[in-house]
Ligand binder design. Structure first.
Ligand code: S3P
Length: 169
């Protein structure tokens, strides 16, 4: 990884991107930012409220603008939302502005990790499993397109993943 660049975590919901970003930033003495948290902070509204008021398109527009703004800087460990790779401009931006790590996770682990979550509008349905499978199928090639490194997180603790990643950098 180019030390003057950013470390960017991509992957599906429940892959552990935000937790890992915080741990890595401490280890690497970089600044951790979670794209969704920053978006929510600036909007003064939750992701669910933005989806409800502006539709998914409104959320995606905010997400893309903030991604480009944050990645104009160096020295970040940036955790992104699972859908950030949908926009080709976002894919170009992450590829150009950092070392991209794809955190992989299987649907079974996602269902467990997200069991109590009520904050993600895409999961506000009864058939979570099929939603997660459809998203995985549609997005896996997009994550693969941008990834400099992929780590399968199934069965690993956050510390295990941080160790593997630190070793690989
Ligand atoms: C989304 C993932 C969420 C959040 C929003 C949409 C997605 O982020 O950006 O609910 O499209 O997969 P996490 O991946 O951090 O859960």
């Amino acid at each position: 990884m180019n030390p003057a660049s950013n470390l960017i975590l991509v992957g599906p919901m429940g892959a552990g991107k935000s937790t890992l970003a915080t741990r890595l930033a401490t280890r690497l003495r970089l600044r951790a930012i979670d794209l969704d948290h920053e978006l929510v902070r600036r909007a003064g509204a939750s992701v669910a409220a933005i989806f409800a008021d502006e539709g998914e398109a409104g959320f995606r527009a905010r997400e893309s603008a903030l991604l480009a703004e944050l990645l104009a800087d160096d020295g970040l460990v940036l955790s992104t939302g699972g859908g950030v790779v949908l926009d080709p401009a976002n894919r170009a931006c992450v590829s150009a502005r950092g070392f991209v790590v794809h955190l992989q996770v299987g649907v079974a682990a996602q269902l467990l990790r997200l069991a109590d979550d009520t904050s993600r509008p895409l999961l506000a349905r009864d058939d979570r499993e099929s939603v997660l499978r459809e998203l995985a199928q549609a997005r896996a090639p997009l994550y693969a397109q941008v990834a400099d490194l992929a780590i399968d997180t199934d069965g690993l603790s956050a510390d295990d993943v941080a160790n593997r990643l630190a070793d690989a950098l």
